[in-house]
Design a binder for this molecule. Structure first.
Ligand code: FBP
Length: 568
């Protein structure tokens, strides 16, 4: 039976929710949105039959295992788990469960499907269970702000983008008081489990919660889920984070359109900054999908210890070559986090972080005396707008908010100045007009691709199974993704096995090691082998909008395929 088209029936509000919660109204959906609601999702075959959870060997950490062992005495070293077919229908305990779920951090297409996957698991395998959605991210856990999710409420969100089913937030459960609040909520709601859907920081937090609950002998178990369009939360067992596939396809469509525009008018250089706070995976993937003239990969800039001037020179040299061929236009991709990859800027940011953490930044600029002379020189050289953007408040995890730093505009200014110098020297006679773009938020809430829809549903379903199987401190892991969905593997990877320690806010903290673009990896190597050709010849590809049916509808990202050893 199709539930009502208004998502508010049977929802009971948690303590802190004053007004009744009204969800989406599917009656106002576009035809495509409506058609997606009932799109049937296949499950890996291990999840469609009786299964049991089996343990692998003991795990270690991605770095500094001794430190991680000290920080996580209760969950460190635990094995990763794999779901395997079982002869018995009742291989898992059949009691009803009370589970909470939270969305944490930036939006990523597919989040709603993780929740519907958990919900359907409970309906299918633990009848009579309850699923609570904590509202507004981790703050919802601390403030015990939740709604009880039922099939009517969830229905209009199936296969839809956004996080608005329960909304997200970037708060961190960090202080002893905040852990206490989380404990109180877990006890009050009698939670058997909590699923944290988030990126590297949020999954680190999930592990800290698992550690804390176990240390306090609470029954609440915690499972993480790999979310982030940035694609930097991955390892062997977790081949990709959800949302990356959809976001890249949305950006690639827009880049393809801009390319055709550039070629049509022949008068603009489009500088496109792409989201991806730390790693350049999105930029690399979009380059592989569209073949721009210039692509800057932050990890390469860092490895070659390039300065801002080196990056500008690289761009200018290609513009000069193209001008000689009569092309006064082009498309340039820049990763959002570029500024953070340039060693001289990294030093400046590290010094600014310490200053912002411990000092009052006065109007008179006395704080600047704390910068080393090199950093001061660089800071003074940067355009005022970039200076201000570098001083903006850090996010709750201590990160510079790179989404707010307009590197594309800065590079246009620097390239313009350089070209003008060359014009005066007589070595440049072309026309340069820069157009700046930032493709970021546009990609985070699109209708999830078939891949993200299916992957997320399996991640959620698996999270339910892991909780029922008694697991805690693991991240839901779905693998073998190049094979048909039926053959995908399902399990849970010990979160501590992804961890290292890092200095943040002036202290050592456990963090899940970010997966950066590997310069020896297959995606970068493929790009590097083609970029010279793309620079001079216009090999533009316009992938067009995401397809839900037909030949391109199930195509995986180039990055994922190449990393799995499949030629893209
Ligand atoms: P997550 O790592 O939380 O998934 O967020 C990713 C991201 O979209 C980055 O690409 C971007 O830098 C950042 O979020 C923007 O943050 P905000 O949503 O707070 O503006």
């Amino acid at each position: 039976m199709t539930p009502s088209l208004v998502a508010n029936g049977g929802v009971s509000a948690g303590e802190a929710v004053a007004a009744p919660v009204t969800g989406r109204v599917a009656a106002v959906y576009s035809e495509v949105q409506s058609s997606r609601i009932d799109h049937k999702l296949p499950l890996p075959s291990v999840l469609t039959k009786p299964f049991k959870v089996v343990d692998g060997p003991a795990s270690s950490a991605a770095g500094n295992p001794d430190e991680i062992a000290k920080l996580f005495p209760n969950v460190f070293g635990q094995p990763s788990a794999l779901l395997v077919p079982s002869d018995f229908d009742s291989a898992l305990p059949q009691q009803k469960l009370k589970i909470g779920v939270v969305l944490s951090g930036g939006q990523a297409p597919g989040g709603h499907n993780v929740i519907s996957g958990i919900f359907d698991y409970l309906q299918d395998r633990a009848k009579g269970s309850t699923l609570y959605g904590f509202r507004g991210g981790p703050a919802g856990i601390m403030k015990n702000k939740y709604i009880e999710l039922n099939s009517e409420y969830i229905y209009p969100y199936r296969n839809q983008g956004g996080f608005d089913m329960i909304c997200s937030g970037r708060d961190k459960i960090e202080t002893p008081e905040q852990f206490k609040q989380a404990e109180e909520t877990a006890v009050k709601l009698d939670l058997d489990g909590l699923v944290v859907i988030g990126g590297d920081d949020s999954n680190t937090n999930a592990c800290l919660l698992a550690e804390n609950f176990r240390g306090k002998n609470l029954k609440t178990r915690v499972i993480g889920c790999p979310k982030t369009i940035d694609g930097d939360l991955k390892c062997k067992e977790v081949p990709t984070s959800f949302g990356f596939d959809t976001a890249c396809k949305i950006y690639a469509e827009m880049i393809g359109n801009v390319m055709i525009d550039a070629r049509s008018t022949g008068k603009y250089y489009h500088f496109v900054r792409l989201m991806g706070r730390a790693a350049s995976h999105i930029t690399l993937e979009c380059a592989l999908q569209t073949h721009p003239n210039i692509t800057i990969i932050g990890e390469e800039v860092a490895a070659k210890k390039q300065t801002l001037k080196n990056v500008t020179d690289y761009i200018v040299n290609i513009i000069l070559k193209r001008a000689d061929l009569g092309y006064n236009y082009g498309v340039i991709l820049i990763p959002e986090g570029l500024i953070d990859f340039i060693p001289e800027v990294q030093n400046l940011i590290a010094e600014l972080n310490e200053i912002l953490a411990h000092d009052v930044v006065d109007e008179g600029g006395l704080w600047k005396n704390k910068l080393t002379s090199q950093s001061l020189q660089l800071f003074d050289f940067l355009p005022e707008a970039i200076q201000e953007q570098l001083m903006l408040e850090r996010d709750p995890h201590g990160n510079v908010q790179v989404a707010k730093i307009e590197t594309e505009k800065m590079l246009i200014q620097m390239v313009e100045t350089d070209l003008e110098k060359r014009r005066q020297e007589g070595s440049y006679n072309g026309q340069f007009k820069g157009q700046s773009h930032f493709f970021g938020y546009e990609g985070r809430c699109g209708l999830p691709t078939n891949f993200d829809s299916t992957y997320c549903y399996a991640l959620g379903y698996a999270a339910g199974a892991l909780l029922q199987g008694g697991k805690t401190g693991v991240i839901s892991s779905v693998g073998n993704l190049a094979a048909p969905v039926e053959e995908w593997t399902v399990g849970g990877t010990a979160l501590t096995s992804l961890m290292d320690v890092e200095r943040r806010h002036g202290k050592f903290k456990p963090v899940i090691k970010k997966a950066m673009v590997e310069l020896e990896g297959a995606p970068f190597k493929k790009f590097a082998s083609l970029r010279k050709d793309w620079a001079i010849n216009n090999r533009y590809i316009s992938p067009g909008p995401i397809q839900f049916h037909g030949p391109a509808s199930n195509a995986l990202s180039h990055t994922l395929l190449l990393e799995l050893g499949v030629q893209a």
